[in-house]
Design a protein around this ligand. Structure first.
Ligand code: 3H9
Length: 680
């Protein structure tokens, strides 16, 4: 865990706790003992702390949270570092995050590699830096930079850290420890961070709150972070730390942190595939083909281009190809205009793109992703053609969002090479990819699908084959519930407000407006068999047509629509429906609880490997509020017994297709989690 080495009069303390050098009990004790022993050792003049392996340290050991704290606590260790009579230098490479950076803040001097990542991401776990970070960082870098790092949780590079005086020197990675030792050898006295005063003008907090109001609304941790940093401006280090500690414990006991910590581990659990050897050899993906230059195909291609992987994109007609590539350029340029890419990066990415009308140009691609519209016959035709031209061993993927990957694979002579890669719109931005495992998908194809998704910055989740996979299958009852309640008497705003109030980015009807009210429409305005038909017949196809359930202002904000209200009223009258009052509770059950029920079915059928995978799908694919942990975690916190009781209470309004998931019923009855109930 902790190794010490002497280099002349310098003591090097090395943290070795793979994979991320988390500051577990043994590590804390080891650092503490080494620092204490050094104080009375006349042969030691200064100390260097560094990390073994990939990084300095990713911070406190999150797996220890919620258990009784084993002494010494991290704050005690860091106070001992700061109190050292001999100068202490932190030598940082890889990541110094959370408690890891707090150790470095307790040191008297810091050297780092230019590419090191320094940050206090505790806020993402619903916490604040609880080992002095909120008190020491403002003393070193001032209030505005400290607020950015602590409240927003955004890490900075070693190079940037040098600019803001967070580190004293940048050194090359291969000479990190050596240079840190040389640096330490020249130091003659400690320089405790806690003795510094914080410089501020008083207006920083208001300016920060104003700029970030939207990002931190409704979240406990950012508010507490601000409060803690404010304490640093008036209190001594010791009193400030006392304040920090009490805020930290309050957050740790709260529901939001529990959910956010669940989300952290859920995301990592999703990377693990049942029944797959960990060391399965991946197929190499050096060149990608994309079929279809529509919005999806273009967005998918951009991910690979941005990651430096060449893409050949195929369309049927010159005009569609030009439109698609033009849109990609426009999207890249918009990103550059926001300062997130340079002009050279835009040109560099686009230079990797080969647009073509020649299908056979895909023959040298290692991974080919079909992204044409949702029609089984068209997809089968494409895969049959692909089978004829793709090189042996190429991975053939479909971006289908509902259709059977098995049926698509059947038309090829290599069903083992076929997999689903379901991206979410806009595909260049949304993080989720459902990696759909067909009956015959080979292990290395599945593992490569997961790995390549991660390589382009996505969060992949494995799904089995069923209509709509994990995400869209759960979306269906949610949208259906919303449409039915609209017919029965609720207004669009009333329905959507319940979801937005819960923390979703938009309600179900706003979502239909965004995707297109006319998706799947038969396009015959005289055939009106549903409320959606009635809206479509009058051109209310959603945002793209200026309005659907809502009208939209120039900033695309939804406004109540008299036109839509008229159409809805007429349709209700024709359908002989007398509108009734619908409670928010009923809306909740018919738009949220029904998803949980469907999720439980997805779990029991083995479509999802574990309940937390479903949470990851909804957090990253649909903007489910992360601080509630995802639909399945949320349901377990509310209590499965209550979820079931609510569903049963409204059962007669949930439609003939509704049936309670036996797994959900069983878990509720036995007082177990869904995963536990499934395992039994
Ligand atoms: C804190 O410090 C509180 C203090 O202020 C106050 C205390 C009093 N602990 O992400 P990866 C595991 S809060 C335990 O796949 P990467 C992770 O679960 C902490 N385990 O690697 C995974 O396990 P498995 C503030 C941890 O290279 C394995 O390590 N710090 C921790 O893609 C590999 O992780 C943070 O929030 C941990 N702290 O990314 C940083 N971190 O293999 C959290 C990771 O069994 N960590 N694991 O699934 C990260 O952001 C990323 O792990 C990191 C590496 C960027 C470091």
């Amino acid at each position: 865990m902790i190794e010490t080495h002497r280099h002349g009069t310098i003591l090097a303390i090395q943290i070795g706790n793979p994979p991320v050098n988390a500051l577990s009990e043994d590590v804390r004790r080891g650092i503490y003992q080494a620092i204490e022993a050094a104080q009375s050792d006349d042969g030691i003049s200064a100390i260097v702390i560094h990390g073994a392996g990939r990084m300095f340290s990713a911070g406190a050991d999150i797996t220890e949270f919620g258990k009784p704290l084993a002494e010494p606590g991290l704050a005690v260790v860091i106070d001992a570092i700061e109190a050292s009579a001999k100068p202490v230098v932190a030598a940082i490479h890889g990541s110094a995050l959370g408690g890891g950076l707090e150790v470095a803040l307790g040191a008297h001097y810091r050297v780092a590699t230019a590419s090191a990542k320094l940050g206090l991401p505790e806020v993402a776990l619903g916490l604040l830096p609880g080992a002095g970070g909120t008190q020491r960082l403002p003393r070193l870098v001032g209030i505005p930079a400290a607020l950015d790092m602590i409240v927003l949780g955004s890490p900075i590079s070693g190079a940037k850290a040098l600019d803001i005086d967070l580190v004293d020197k940048v050194v090359p990675e291969q000479r990190l420890v050596e240079d840190a030792i040389a640096y330490a050898a020249k130091l003659d006295r400690p320089r405790p961070t806690g003795e510094r005063a914080v410089s501020f003008d008083g207006g920083e907090f208001d300016r920060f709150a104003e700029q970030n109001a939207r990002k931190i609304k409704g979240l406990d941790a950012p508010q507490a972070c601000i409060e803690a940093v404010r304490a640093a401006t008036t209190l001594s280090l010791a009193d400030g730390q006392e304040k920090e500690r009490s805020l930290f414990h309050r957050l740790m006991d709260g529901a939001q942190s529990k959910a956010l910590r669940h989300a952290f581990f859920a995301e990592r659990a999703a990377a693990k595939i049942d029944g797959l050897p960990k060391d399965v050899a991946l197929r190499s993906v050096a060149k990608v083909g994309v079929i279809g230059a529509g919005t999806m195909g273009g967005g998918i291609s951009m991910n690979f281009l941005s990651a430096g992987i060449p893409v050949t994109i195929v369309e049927m007609a010159e005009e569609a190809l030009d439109r698609g590539t033009g849109l990609m350029r426009k999207n890249y340029e918009a990103t550059a205009a926001k300062g997130r890419m340079t002009g050279a990066q835009v040109e560099g990415a686009l230079a990797l793109l080969t647009p073509t009308l020649d299908f056979s140009a895909l023959s040298d691609c290692d991974l080919i992703i079909e992204a044409v519209y949702e029609n089984m016959d068209v997809k089968k035709e494409i895969f049959a053609r692909l089978d004829g031209i793709a090189k042996p061993g190429a991975i053939l993927a479909s971006n289908t969002s509902y259709l059977s990957v098995d049926e698509i694979a059947e038309v090829t002579k290599r069903p083992q090479d076929v997999v689903g890669l379901h991206f979410f719109s806009p595909a260049n931005i949304m993080k989720l990819v459902e990696v759909v495992r067909g009956d015959k998908t080979a292990s290395d194809v599945l593992a490569t699908g997961m790995a390549i998704a991660r390589k382009i910055g996505k969060v992949p989740v494995v799904s089995g084959v069923c209509f709509g996979f994990i995400g869209n299958r759960m979306l269906d009852p949610r949208l259906e519930g919303a449409m039915e309640m609209l017919l029965e008497g609720a207004t669009p705003d009333q329905i959507d407000r319940v979801s937005v109030g819960f923390g979703m980015p938009m309600g179900p009807l706003q979502m239909i407006d965004l995707a297109g009210v006319d998706i799947g429409w038969h396009r015959d305005p005289t055939r009106i068999e549903s409320l959606r038909d009635a809206l479509n017949a009058l051109g209310r196809w959603g945002q793209k047509a200026g309005g659907g359930f809502y009208d939209y202002d120039e900033k695309r904000r939804p406004l109540p629509s008299p036109a839509a209200t008229g159409i809805i009223d007429d349709y209700r009258a024709k359908a002989g429906v007398t509108p009734r009052a619908i409670s928010d509770e009923e809306i909740m059950v018919r738009t949220m609880h029904v998803m949980v029920n469907e999720g439980a079915k997805i779990l029991s059928e083995g479509i999802a490997q574990r309940a937390s995978d479903i949470d990851v799908v909804w957090i990253y694919g649909y903007g489910w509020p992360r601080h509630t942990g995802g639909p399945m975690f949320w349901a377990e916190q509310v209590g499965l017994t209550k979820i079931v009781a609510d569903l049963e209470r409204y059962a007669d309004r949930l439609g003939d297709d509704f049936s309670l998931s036996p797994l959900l019923a069983k878990a509720a009855r036995d007082g177990r989690s869904l995963d536990q109930a499934k395992a039994r």
